[in-house]
Structure formats: C-alpha cells, structure tokens
Design a protein around this ligand. Structure first.
Ligand code: SF4
Ligand code: SF4
Length: 197
C-alpha cells in the first residue's frame, strides 16, 4: 500500500511528541481510523529494504522475551493462585505504538495487528485473559504486560533462587536496551521519510 509523506509526517510528529508508549484506541484522538492509518504506515515503513536491521533486532528481541518466559511463568504459578485481584484489565492489554513497530518488524501484516488490537471497555477483565492466564504468547503481548510485576511477585523473585533472579535481571536489561535501540532506529528512519517530500 502506498503511504503518503503526510501520513509519515503525522507519525513522526506523534513519535516526537508522545513517544512510542502512546496508545491509540477508539476513544482517543482520531479514533479507530487514525489507528488503522498509522498501523498501515508503520507496516509499510517496516517493509522497506532499509529496515533490515530493524527486522533483525525484532527477531532477537522476540527470542530474548521467549527466553524470559519460564522464569516469569514459574513466579506467576507460585504467587498468582493465592491472589484475589484481577491485574489484567483491557486498558493494560492494548498495543502502543512501540508494540506495533515491533510486530510489523516481525512480519505481522497491518490487518493482523488490527485484528488483535483490544478496544474493549477499559475497566473490565482483559479479553485475552483465560482460566489458564493470558492466551497471547509472551513474545506478542503488549510490552507493558510482560514487564508489570506486582509487589508479591517482585518479593517472590527477590527471595527465591538468587542465580535465576540474577540471570533474569540481566536478560530484562538486555530486552529493555534492545527494544529502545530498535525503536530509535525506526523513529530516525520515519523522520527521514517524513522529510522526503
Ligand atoms: S501478577 Fe500479582 S496482582 Fe496479578 S494475579 Fe498475580 S499476584 Fe495477583
Ligand atoms: S497479559 Fe494478556 S490477559 Fe493480561 S492484560 Fe496483557 S494481554 Fe491482557
């Protein structure tokens, strides 16, 4: 799909003013149409040959997130059954711009990203929550879902196996760094595209 320079310009402005943590939804400015347009623009940009480095980083990021899964699952398995709260609400289970860039770099098409966007009412339990936990694989979840740890979980992590915790902690920092590098690269390229009129 051909994307206008104007749309890249809007995306670039949004990235500068609100950052990659910005979440668009039906109720937000521009509504669903704007969200769909921006997802299309991100998908088209991620497909460009100049973005091969971005794709490589997204693959590495996905592998690192998958590697962190067993440790987090073990903690959730020990602590969550005793908890009566529901921490997974729709408002947390939404993609932000950074998540869309990552998914597009992994090769997901704009229509697929749109189809798993969550626009359900904010304060209800997340539509992706099942009896067995989240139905989305960890590598594809909104980034903020993966890195939300409540106090009981943090305490369990810190007081458990020290070696496992150190390994997880170092992996966590690598993930944060790699995601930042990937998003910085994308933002820099979008700026170039937006100025290419
Ligand atoms: S992550 Fe924390 S708040 Fe959420 S269900 Fe588990 S123990 Fe409860
Ligand atoms: S972890 Fe899954 S179920 Fe929980 S808020 Fe995120 S997407 Fe929804």
């Amino acid at each position: 799909m051909a994307i206008s320079v104007r749309l890249y310009g809007q995306l670039s402005k949004l990235l500068v003013s609100s950052g990659c943590g910005y979440t668009l939804n039906r109720e937000g400015e521009g509504g669903e149409d704007m969200w769909a347009s921006l997802i299309n623009a991100i998908g088209a940009a991620a497909d460009m040959p100049q973005m091969s480095g971005l794709k490589e980083m997204a693959k590495r990021l996905s592998a690192k997130i998958a590697h962190a899964d067993p440790f987090i699952m073990d903690c959730n398995g020990k602590v969550c059954p005793q908890c009566e709260g529901v921490c997974c609400l729709n408002k947390f289970g939404r993609y932000d711009i950074g998540d869309v860039i990552y998914l597009a770099a992994l090769g997901y098409r704009p229509a697929e990203i749109l189809s798993f966007s969550n626009h359900d009412p904010e304060c209800l339990p997340c539509k992706y929550l099942s009896q067995a936990g989240c139905v989305i694989s960890r590598q594809l979840r909104p980034f903020r879902c993966n890195w939300f740890f409540c106090i009981p979980i943090i305490e369990y992590m810190e007081n458990g196996n020290k070696k496992a915790y150190r390994g997880f902690s170092s992996l966590f920092h690598e993930i944060i760094r790699l995601r930042k590098d990937m998003l910085d690269e994308f933002c820099a390229y979008i700026k170039v595209l937006s100025e290419s009129a």
